[in-house]
Ligand binder design. Structure first.
Ligand code: TRP
Length: 407
């Protein structure tokens, strides 16, 4: 039932337990991901109320709904970033996208929407890595097609509203070299094949391109990889917002950082966005099934149809619905609302009137409301994307200093 990122390689599937790595996300018996277990296994920490309160105090604004609702739920050293920030130190943000398809769905936008909020709230610079090389190596794509997709995806990312005076977007094919490459080889030299096998599940059958890639994703965690942005700022801390399946890359990065004399990047990690309905025998979302997700290219009518067909936890007959209340854990329209509806009090009202016994709300109401909310988001995104010109893409991707990046 959980949606994986669009990778097609299946490694590390040896156990019957849940599998979460950058290439595969699948729950035990097609059920739900056990996030507590994942936190234990990975060794990250739960993002608790006290940290969220601290974000509110330090930024002087309401924490983003993805924090209030637990979409971003785990971290590594986020408390240290906040300590440093409190004492007047600054940091930079690093996130990325593997450009494997033209059409992004709402789940793909979540990390970018959240990163935009972090950039605004903390007034910090941001680097965004487009891993066209990664997708070339893992998917059946040519170099040229991966490059094209990177630029197309850059438009969607820019449409999320990033500030061009504080944001550098780069593709690996363009940017690997110089100081960036020096950090890559330093990282590579610290990681044995055995270690990489342990972290990523690589086997003797995998081509060596795959083995070389984790160092590419690690390099942007170090400010010295960007001499045009952070000259003489080798101690600048890095905070990485990402989905939790990216954790293995950064576990490796954090492991090698002290040996290179660098600080470990901090992480703030999200759960996965659920698919609209169970499709396929194990209930896992299929990336190729257009009905399993809302795409930013969907029309209002598409959204309405998809939501109407989405898996509901409500009861078919209003007497049952009234007596029992909906099973919100199984209700996809409600889950989508709880991620994207801005207003906490409206969400609470729906939770009560729809989910509790004797409630008066029917599935139809919830579906109608979530359709409105998602249609608005998708239409806003479409307008914003249409306004992104080639010149804007060039501007975000130009190698240049960002003089007012901390203002
Ligand atoms: N590997 C990621 C993907 O396929 C892309 C990525 C690169 C990334 N660097 C990152 C994601 C940093 C989050 C944070 O989507």
């Amino acid at each position: 039932m959980e949606q994986s990122l669009p990778y097609d390689n299946r490694i590390d599937s040896e156990s019957s337990d849940q599998v979460v790595n950058p290439w595969e996300v699948s729950a035990k018996d097609g059920g739900k991901i056990d996030y507590d277990k994942l936190i234990d296994k990975f060794g990250c920490k739960r993002l608790d109320e006290s940290l969220i309160d601290r974000v509110e105090r330090l930024t002087g604004r309401q924490p983003h709904k993805f924090l209030r609702r637990g979409v971003f739920f785990a971290h590594r050293d986020f408390n240290e970033i906040l300590d440093a920030y409190e004492s007047g130190e600054r940091f930079y943000l690093y996130t990325g996208r593997g450009p494997s398809s033209e059409a992004l769905h709402l789940g793909h936008l979540i990390p970018f929407m959240f990163t935009k909020y972090l950039q605004e709230a903390f007034k910090v610079p941001l680097v965004i890595q487009l891993t066209d090389d990664e997708k070339f190596m893992w998917k059946n794509l040519t170099v040229e097609e991966s490059e094209r997709l990177a630029r197309e995806n850059a438009r969607d990312i820019i449409a999320c509203g990033f500030d061009v005076t504080k944001t550098f977007i780069f593709s690996d094919f363009d940017h690997v070299g110089g100081a960036f490459y020096k950090n890559m080889v330093k990282v590579s030299k610290c990681v044995t094949l055995n270690k990489a096998k342990g972290i990523f599940g690589f086997s003797g059958e995998d081509h060596i391109g795959k083995l070389s890639f984790p160092a590419v994703q690690a390099a942007p965690s170090f400010p010295s990889s960007f001499p045009h942005l952070f000259p003489g700022m080798d101690k600048l801390r890095c905070l990485i917002p990402c989905a939790i399946d990216q954790d293995p890359y950064f576990r490796m990065t954090r492991d090698v950082a002290p040996r290179l004399g660098y600080s470990k990047p901090a992480l703030i990690e999200s759960s996965f966005f659920p698919a609209l309905q169970a499709s396929g025998e194990n209930g896992k979302m299929s990336a190729s099934d257009p009905n399993s997700a809302i795409y930013v290219t969907d029309t209002a009518k598409d959204i309405k149809n998809k939501i109407n067909k989405a898996k509901s936890g409500g009861h078919q007959f209003s007497v049952d619905q009234h007596e029992l209340g909906a099973d919100l854990e199984k209700d996809i329209p409600f889950k989508y609302l709880s991620v994207f509806l801005e207003d906490d009090s409206e969400l609470e009202l729906i939770r009560k009137q729809y989910g509790e016994k004797e409630g008066i709300m029917q599935t139809g109401h919830v579906k109608k409301r979530v359709t409105e909310v998602l249609t608005e988001i998708v239409e806003r995104h479409r307008r914003a994307r249409a306004a992104v010109t080639d010149e804007m893409v060039e501007a975000f991707m130009a190698v240049r200093p960002l003089p007012s990046m901390f203002e």
